[in-house]
Design a protein around this ligand. Structure first.
Ligand code: HEC
Length: 116
C-alpha cells in the first residue's frame, strides 16, 4: 500500500519538475491546503465536484492550465492571487488532486438483480 502512495507522490513530483516549478509538491500537504483554502467548500471534500463547483480530480487538467485558472479566473470562482495562496501551496494542492484514487470501474461492481 505505502508503495502505491510513494509512487503516486513520485509521479506528482516528476510532473512538477517537468512543468518547471522550483518546489517539490506534496500530496499530503496539498490535502491540508485544499481544506485550508476552502476549495472543498465548492468543489467537494475530495475534489469530486458539487453543484457549487466542477470536479477537480482524479485526473486534473494539466498543471499549467490549472494554475492559470486559479490565478486569473473572473467568473463564478474568485481568483486566488499568490499573496493569498502561495505557489508552493498551489503546487501541493495540484499534487493532492493527482493523488486522488480513481473510482472502481463500474463493470467490476456486482449487479443487483431482482429475486426471481
Ligand atoms: C466560491 C466557490 C469556489 C471556491 C472556494 C473555489 N472554487 Fe474553483 N471553481 C468554482 C466554480 C463555480 C468553477 C467553475 C468555473 C467558473 O465559472 O468559475 C470553478 C472552477 C475551477 C477550476 C477549473 C475547472 C474546470 O474544469 O474548468 C479549477 C482548476 C478550480 N476551480 C480550482 C480551485 C481551487 C484549487 C480552489 C481552492 C484554492 C478553488 N477552486 C476554490 C468555485 C469555487
Amino acid at each position: 500500500m505505502s508503495h502505491v502512495v510513494y509512487r503516486v507522490q513520485l509521479a506528482a513530483l516528476v510532473m512538477v519538475f517537468a512543468s518547471g516549478a522550483a518546489v517539490a509538491a506534496s500530496a499530503e500537504k496539498g490535502q491540508a491546503a485544499y481544506l485550508k483554502y476552502g476549495c472543498w467548500g465548492c468543489h467537494g471534500t475530495v475534489g469530486q465536484g458539487a453543484v457549487t463547483g466542477p470536479k477537480l480530480g482524479p485526473d486534473p487538467m494539466p498543471a499549467e492550465t490549472f494554475n492559470a485558472f486559479v490565478r486569473t479566473t473572473n467568473r463564478a470562482m474568485p481568483p486566488y492571487r499568490a499573496e493569498i495562496l502561495p505557489e508552493e501551496d498551489l503546487a501541493d494542492i495540484y499534487a493532492y488532486l493527482q493523488s486522488v484514487p480513481k473510482p472502481a470501474d463500474y463493470k467490476t461492481i456486482p449487479l443487483i438483480t431482482q429475486a426471481p
